[in-house]
Ligand binder design. Sequence first.
Ligand code: FMN
Length: 176
Amino acid sequence: MSKNTQIAPTLKENLLEPDDLIVSKTDVKGHITYANACFLSLSLFKEKDILNKPHNIIRHPDMPMAVYQMLWDTLHKGDEFFGIVKNLSADGSFYWVFANITPSFDESGKTIGYFSVRRQANRELVTIMGNLYKKMVQEEKRHSDDKRAIKASTQIFNNFIDEQGVSYNEYLISFA
Ligand SMILES: Cc1cc2nc3c(=O)[nH]c(=O)nc-3n(C[C@H](O)[C@H](O)[C@H](O)COP(=O)(O)O)c2cc1C
């Protein structure tokens, strides 16, 4: 893991425009192979500083480990992931996105990389998921073992989704 621990997060939020589309591609290990101009402008990183780096270079410490576990479990099954994500910019500021990540396959069906498109997130959903993530991160901090932390935090997440009476993806899309 090479989380970005050199950048001190601030409370400054950067807002996306309604037609902004943040795009990145990674190899199978999650190393960035492409980032579009919108990605660079929101993240405030220079292309040369992120290319071939792990995508967790923009990981925000307010994001629960359990969300990324779910993201990778979903991708490894060959499915697409949807989620509300808080990302870290190079100056410590942050931005919320509605993210979609899909595996890319070759002709034999082998995964050859991943592709992500993010857009402006619904503000009500950002508040709801932001509060949920706070509870999850609090729970994760109570455990010294990452596996146990993720299990307990996933339980909080699953309980919340169960209370909604619809699947996770249906819940997210209901705010579109
Ligand atoms: C295509 C793709 C896009 C991703 N986008 C993000 C992102 O925008 N922000 C983020 O924190 N992690 C993103 N990730 C997940 C990271 O690879 C990583 O799992 C996450 O930042 C958590 O870091 P860790 O796995 O080192 O704990 C993405 C992964 C893939 C495959």
